[in-house]
Design a protein around this ligand. Structure first.
Ligand SMILES: *Cc1c(COP(=O)(O)O)cnc(C)c1O
Length: 458
């Protein structure tokens, strides 16, 4: 008999979680104005709202916390982080920040001006927010295959080079501060970008004299997919692949709450000393002095260890196979999702699961509420609420896909939890014909409304 696969770690500490009744959940979600962000965590049994900052740190990371150096300037922990970024990503200059959007704020304050054009692959919501807040425009150049949930393309995060060239051809060089390559492409379903595509984008950037920014939150998961799916990389280590990827980047912004497996933290990396110096001023204003930037010494230490562990194949294999396991269970029950399974999450195809809810009534949000009512599972809407209104016309933007993202925290849940999630999704799917009404907006913020929106039954 073949020896089956199992996790590459064992458990040293546990946290209790609590089930609830459907009656309790009906009251709680109503009190939360049908916004899953408004639920308290104790009202949730399995929390798949995000994989951001929700991972379990290792014994090595906790040990590193104890030796954190909390000096204001020049802390040992800062140099530990500096060494990790040099060794793993190959950058000489960096600034710590309190999380990923802060890294965007610091870098974009130097580089993005009103009227600029920033092409990329399905910019993440905070990235787009920071671009539009500066009256610049994000243009999505993701390949068309990404918007067909059935398509099994191995690198659905890829940038369409001809779409990109159309943008670059029509935009003066000084109006294009950089191209964003999001690794993996979160919005398109945690889908990876191939090394060949990174290389192609880099060549085109070079041709037009434009710089490349890697939005790096899940760079290690991206490297895992390159190793397991792209020809020529099977025998390379994750760390070798990561270094090869980053040789093409001029800048990197990072949410360390993802692939660096810490609960809080981020950074921005530079090749160019001059941009680094300009950004340092913003870092001091917004985040903190350049050797801590909103992070404690102990957290910088944990981040340095997390970057090392997060780029080990055995860890990544455990993680990504768990996401794939949930996908296989959904396959058994015929529940449709963005294929193939992503690196950090399963994105359920809400239009197919709830064919009778009109698009004006927020289909993916409706599915999120149904899954919560079914079993206390909290996902997040990646649909019309997230897509927000057009900044000029103020009309709802209806995205190409209505998805419910089930993000799997790192090293937190077991495959038994995956079984519960899949069964709950099946039950909702089985009663899809009885769900015909969604929700309407009572209150919303002018930008990034999905975090605070208040809804009522339509
Ligand atoms: C999470 C994330 C960000 C923002 O990082 P925060 O740490 O949440 O501020 C930016 N880009 C991508 C792709 C992300 O997943």
């Amino acid at each position: 008999m073949d020896i089956p696969f199992a996790e590459s770690y064992k458990i040293k500490m546990v946290e209790s979680i609590r089930k609830s009744t459907r009656e309790e959940r009906e009251k709680w979600i109503n009190d939360a104005r049908y916004n899953l962000f408004n639920l308290s965590s104790e009202q949730v049994y399995i929390d798949l709202l995000t994989d951001s900052g929700t991972g379990a740190m290792s014994d090595r990371q906790w040990a590193a916390m104890m030796t954190g150096d909390e000096s204001y300037a020049g802390a040992r922990s800062y140099y530990n982080m500096k060494k990790a970024l040099k060794d793993i990503l190959g950058f000489d200059y960096f600034l710590p920040t309190h999380q990923g959007r802060a890294a965007e704020n610091v870098l974009f304050s130097v580089l993005v001006k009103s009227g600029d054009i920033v092409p990329g692959n399905s910019h993440f919501d905070t990235t787009k927010g920071h671009i539009e807040f500066r009256s610049a425009h994000a243009i999505d150049c993701t390949i068309d295959e990404a918007f067909d949930p059935e398509n099994e393309h191995p690198f659905k995060g890829n940038i369409d080079l001809s779409k990109l060239e159309d943008v670059l051809k029509d935009t003066p060089r000084e109006k294009t501060p950089f191209i964003v390559v999001t690794l993996t492409n979160n919005t398109a379903g945690g889908q990876p970008v191939s090394m060949a595509n990174i290389k192609g984008v880099a060549e085109m950037a070079d041709k037009y004299g434009v710089k490349l920014l890697f939005d790096s939150a899940r760079f290690a998961e991206n490297a895992y997919f390159i190793k397991t799916r792209e020809q020529g990389y099977a025998d390379k280590s994750i760390k070798e692949i990561v270094l090869e990827m980053y040789q093409y980047a001029h800048y990197a912004t990072m949410s360390s709450k993802k692939d660096a497996i810490v609960n809080m933290g981020g950074f921005v990396c530079f090749r160019d000393e001059e941009v680094f110096k300009k950004a340092s001023t913003y870092n001091i204003m917004f985040e903190g002095f350049i050797t801590y930037g909103g992070m404690s010494g102990r957290d910088m230490n944990a981040l340095a260890v997390g970057l090392d562990e997060g780029t080990e194949f055995e860890y990544l294999e455990t993680r990504i196979r768990q996401v794939a396991y949930l996908g296989q269970k959904l396959d058994e029950y015929n529940v449709p999702y963005q294929r193939p399974a992503g690196g950090h999450a399963i994105f359920i195809d809400a239009r197919k699961v709830l064919p009778n809810v009109p698009k004006e009534e927020y289909i993916a949000q409706t599915l999120g509420i149904e899954l919560y009512l079914e079993a206390g599972i909290r996902g997040v809407e990646i649909g019309t609420l997230l897509a927000d209104r057009d900044p000029d016309t103020r009309e709802n933007r209806y995205p190409k896909m209505e998805l419910l993202r089930l993000a799997i925290p790192r090293r937190v849940y077991t495959n038994n939890h995956m079984d519960v999630i899949a069964a709950a999704a099946k039950n909702v799917y089985d009663r899809r014909h009885t769900i015909t009404k969604g929700y309407k907006i009572k209150n919303e913020a002018p930008i990034m409304r999905h975090f605070t929106v208040e809804l009522e039954k339509a």
